[in-house]
Design a protein around this ligand. Structure first.
Ligand code: ZN
Ligand code: ZN
Length: 381
């Protein structure tokens, strides 16, 4: 029975892996999930979601908890050579969301078997568009999480070996913001820079000075990463261009620190540009905030992981992003990492997961959801 479910979940994961879909295009994936759930007699909620879905198990007066996975893939050409590698050119489940989906589907099957014993309701959330950083917003707007008292989510970890588990209280992933900077100078012949305003030298000074925000203007106790990841300017060797564009990202854990960074950047960018006689502008594109785990529920996930036989680790905070953070701003809960490694990093074209981690992860999430209901019910007493 257990072996059969394990094999079934591997089939599910490989099926999804073969046919990856990008953010907000997960129509086939959503249809497959709808079928797998309804075939198992699990009710799918009628919600205004374009892609993704929420199913429900249990009912009655008791509390409601939610378990969440993400279902989207990435615009990456797969290079694993696996027999079930992506058959869609340029698209790949390179973040393991196929593993997450199979895990939570498996948990739904296991919870369905215990539906009569559940002291409440479990909402099973298959979220679209995590990779955009905004997929959680559409789920919150759909009303599908209304009334939920605690929420849990997972990411696979290629850094943790199979059968190990990691989480922490407080910030687990970072706030992720994107920026663009345009530096406007005046073009000139490379031989006579005095006749123009050099946007390239100005951009170079801006790039270097921005690092002083990390090293001199924020506390060493508060992690900040500022990375300039793109420079665009010029088209040949003997002309100074008029415009240089920069792009990059800022990662933070503390919302206060996050809030003051754009002002500090603007001061540097505009000040250096003014000194050079150029003009420069910052464009800021906010992404998801840091994932802040509730201490009570983070401890609870570790307790259940221990019961489930995982090797449990308190892991350090990460600088990557995760839009599960948006749920945690509204609903208490915790985000956890399930070991699937060692393997290539997330988003690598050779990324893969250890499928042996799949059944235990499904069993863990079923146990976690049921035990959270029990705990919530005790509290209500
Ligand atoms: Zn990802
Ligand atoms: Zn991911």
């Amino acid at each position: 029975m257990e072996q059969a479910l394990g094999n079934q979940l591997i089939e599910v994961r490989r099926n999804l892996h073969l046919e990856p879909e990008l953010s907000y295009e997960e129509f086939r994936t959503t249809e497959k999930l709808r079928k797998w759930l309804t075939d198992a007699d699990i009710r799918v909620l009628d919600l205004p979601l374009k892609t993704g879905l929420i199913a429900e198990i249990g009912g009655g007066e008791g509390p409601i908890v939610a378990i969440r996975c993400d279902i989207d893939a990435l615009p990456i050409e797969e290079q694993t050579g696996l027999p079930f590698a992506s058959k869609v050119p340029g698209k790949m489940h390179a973040c393991g969301h196929d593993f997450h989906t199979a895990t939570i589907l498996g948990a739904a099957y296991l919870l369905k078997n215990r539906e009569a014993e559940l002291p409440g309701t479990v909402r099973v959330l298959f979220q679209p568009a995590e990779e955009t950083g905004h997929g959680a917003e559409s789920v919150l707007e759909s009303g599908g999480l209304d009334g939920v008292a605690a929420i849990f989510g997972l990411h696979n970890s290629p850094d943790l070996p199979t059968r190990s588990f990691g989480t922490r209280t407080g910030a687990l992933t970072a706030g992720v913001d994107r920026f663009e900077i345009t530096v406007q100078g005046t073009g000139a012949h490379a031989a006579t820079p005095e006749n123009g305003v050099d946007a390239i030298v100005t951009a170079a000074q801006i790039i270097t000075s921005l690092q002083t925000i990390v090293s001199r203007q924020t506390s060493a106790g508060e992690p900040v990463v500022l990375s300039v990841t793109r420079i665009n300017g010029g088209f040949t060797w003997n002309v100074l261009p008029e415009i240089v564009e920069l792009e990059g990202t800022v990662r933070t854990h503390n919302e206060e620190v996050r809030r003051i960074i754009p002002d500090k950047m603007t001061r540097i960018i505009e000040g250096i540009a003014a000194a050079a006689g150029a003009e420069a502008k910052l464009h800021w594109y906010p992404g998801p905030p840091a994932t802040i785990n509730d201490g009570y529920w983070a401890d609870f996930t570790k307790e259940i992981a221990q019961q489930a036989g995982y090797e449990v680790y308190d892991i350090p905070p990460q600088m990557g992003g995760e839009d599960f953070s948006l749920y945690l701003q509204k609903i208490p809960g915790a985000f956890v990492n399930i070991g699937t490694g060692p393997a290539y990093a997330l988003h690598h074209p050779r990324f893969d997961v250890d499928e042996k981690a799949l059944l235990p992860a499904a069993q863990y999430f079923a146990l976690l959801a049921e035990q959270a209901l029990v705990r919530l019910k005790e509290e209500l007493r």
